[in-house]
Design a protein around this ligand. Structure first.
Ligand code: ADP
Ligand code: F6P
Length: 320
């Protein structure tokens, strides 16, 4: 294999640049040309790719986002789009592809592999919803961003005797809300996996107020069964004691310089992906399991979502 390509796809995640850098430098070290595909499958369909040298990936390790950019693209979900992508790869003599992205992007990687293009996936999504790996690139940085925001909000909440409702990302997964709640000391955690009724949230907050707490924090995943604005209005009407304020962290959780953990995870996964590709593997995702780095078939990865361990839910209820 003398020429491979790398892309970043789906929601961006801090650490993607570290993974790109590792793929490029590991490929060059094995005398392989590495091409960067811009804007994920959209760029692949447009043939928007160019060779990356070591210089192009210097000074990016600490940068959030992705120098290759990313995109969401519907055409690649069609057979016609996939045939077009295959043509583009053959035109450029690309013999293998590394896809860095979330579960949707990894579905696309599986399609490429099934079309006969050796393809390796690298898990990158702040949601930590990717099956088969303990964690994905971007999760640790996003969690630290949430904790920084939560600690700041607690300062002002205490000054004003307020309750802050904080919405965090996690399309259908409550991992960021749950771990943010445990590590940030939230009084209430609302996740899609274990949703609470609004009335239960009100009761918890009223109990905290009666207990004399100077503030309260309720952290809610965006995938919860009701809108955070509806919850906020409901709590205002319920007169739980605290004044209510609402903060939606949104895309601040997707940016920022990757943490040391994410830089190391991304670097190790990038090198591993190249080694696996060059050793003839395809249709698998590089995964972190305990201290081990291994691979999991993309078919398995994309057929289910990573579950949150019960231990975390038990920790949350024990420590609230
Ligand atoms: P993420 O990778 O962050 O989960 P998406 O779910 O939006 O993001 O997927 C990113 C891109 O991956 C999509 O825009 C599409 O181009 C490609 N993709 C997603 N699902 C499939 C699929 N089933 N088949 C082919 N391509 C897919
Ligand atoms: O999948 C990562 C993620 O950040 C989700 O948590 C969030 O719901 C989604 O992407 C937002 O997508 P977009 O950046 O396209 O608005």
């Amino acid at each position: 294999m003398k020429r491979i390509a790398v892309m970043t796809s789906g929601g961006d995640a801090p650490g993607m640049n570290a993974a790109i850098r590792a793929v490029v430098r590991a490929g060059i070290a094995k005398d392989v040309e590495v091409y960067g595909i811009r804007q994920a499958y959209q760029g692949l369909l447009a043939g928007d790719m160019e060779r990356l040298t070591s210089r192009e990936v210097s000074g990016i390790l600490q940068r959030g986002g992705t120098i290759l950019q990313t995109a969401r693209n519907e055409e690649f979900k069609t057979a016609q789009g996939q045939r077009k992508a295959l043509r583009r790869l053959n035109e450029e003599n690309i013999e293998g592809v590394v896809v860095i992205g979330g579960d949707g992007s990894l579905r696309g990687a599986n399609v490429l592999s099934q079309l006969g293009i050796p393809t390796i996936g690298i898990p990158a999504s702040i949601d930590n919803d990717i099956f088969g790996t303990d964690t994905s690139i971007g999760v640790d940085t996003a969690l630290n961003t949430i904790l920084d925001a939560l600690d700041r909000l607690r300062d002002t909440a205490t000054s004003h005797n307020r309750c802050f409702i904080i919405e965090v990302m996690g399309r259908n997964c409550g991992y960021l809300a749950l771990t943010g709640g445990i590590l940030g000391g939230a009084e209430v955690v609302i996740t899609p996996e274990r949703p609470m009724k609004m009335e239960e949230v009100a009761a918890e907050l009223e109990a905290a107020y009666v207990k004399g707490k100077a503030h309260a924090i309720a952290i809610i995943a965006e995938g919860a069964p009701y809108k955070v604005t509806d919850l906020s209005e409901f709590l205002e009407k319920q007169q739980v004691g605290f004044e209510i304020r609402l903060t939606i962290l949104g895309h601040t959780q997707r940016g920022g310089s990757p943490s040391a953990f994410d830089r190391l995870l991304a670097t190790r996964m990038g090198v591993e992906a190249v080694n696996r590709l060059l050793s003839g593997e395809s249709g698998v995702m590089v995964a972190r399991q305990g201290r081990k780095q291994t691979t999991v078939p993309l078919e398995e990865v994309t057929s289910q979502m990573r579950a949150i361990s019960d231990e975390y839910f038990e920790l949350a209820s024990l420590l609230q």
